[in-house]
Design a protein around this ligand. Structure first.
Ligand code: NI
Length: 190
């Protein structure tokens, strides 16, 4: 497995609509493994393929990662909780009931905003083994899944905000990446 560089907004690959995947083969499984390792390393709870520069309809997430006794990040090899890989995910149903969550994104490091989304979603997808599956997600899993599916359509969490708020966050991000350019150099694409 290897850690892939993460693309930072406003890189154009993050604005593209990603292509459907035709088959789950060894090459795709390698990509899924690498994306999971990249996500755990970041650390993050979700990662979509466009965020590692691959414009394909694939995302990985793990919202059940164990934490240390003082809520600190565990060593990389101990972060695996319940990883799920979603190939060609499709929202079949979403609840009228909304939920608000303070969202962040590995492609907008250091930035957060409260985003309202449906509280529950039902999603169909192809899993790591290449089998068709359906999941009903609630709470953090539902939020994360919708955030990552957005990435496959070239949508970032800031696109759910007013233009004023979005511009403010993008300006802050630009400043943040400038200040942290040295730390980001090996692992991020600016
Ligand atoms: Ni994101």
């Amino acid at each position: 497995m290897s850690i892939m560089p993460i693309y930072i907004a406003p890189h154009s690959v993050l604005k593209k609509v990603a292509e459907p995947i035709e088959a789950v083969n060894d090459e795709l499984k390698k990509l899924m493994d690498d994306m999971l390792e990249t996500m755990y390393n970041a650390p993050g709870i979700g990662l979509a393929a466009p965020q590692v520069g691959v414009s394909k309809r694939l995302l990985v997430l793990d919202v059940e990662q164990p934490r240390g006794p003082d809520d600190e990040d565990l060593p990389l090899e101990k972060r695996r909780g319940k990883p799920i890989c979603f190939v060609n995910p499709e929202v079949l149903w979403s609840s009228d009931e909304p939920n608000v969550y303070d969202e962040g994104c590995l492609s907008l490091p250091g930035q957060f905003a409260e985003i309202e989304r449906p509280k529950k979603v039902r999603v169909k997808f192809v899993n790591y083994e290449g089998k068709q599956e359906e999941i009903e997600a609630d709470g953090l899993l539902a939020t994360c899944l919708q955030h990552e599916i957005d990435h496959l359509d070239g949508v970032l969490f800031v696109d759910h905000l007013s233009q004023i708020k979005r511009n403010m966050i993008m300006r802050r991000l630009k400043k943040w990446t400038k200040e942290n350019a040295e730390d980001l150099a090996d692992t991020h694409i600016l």
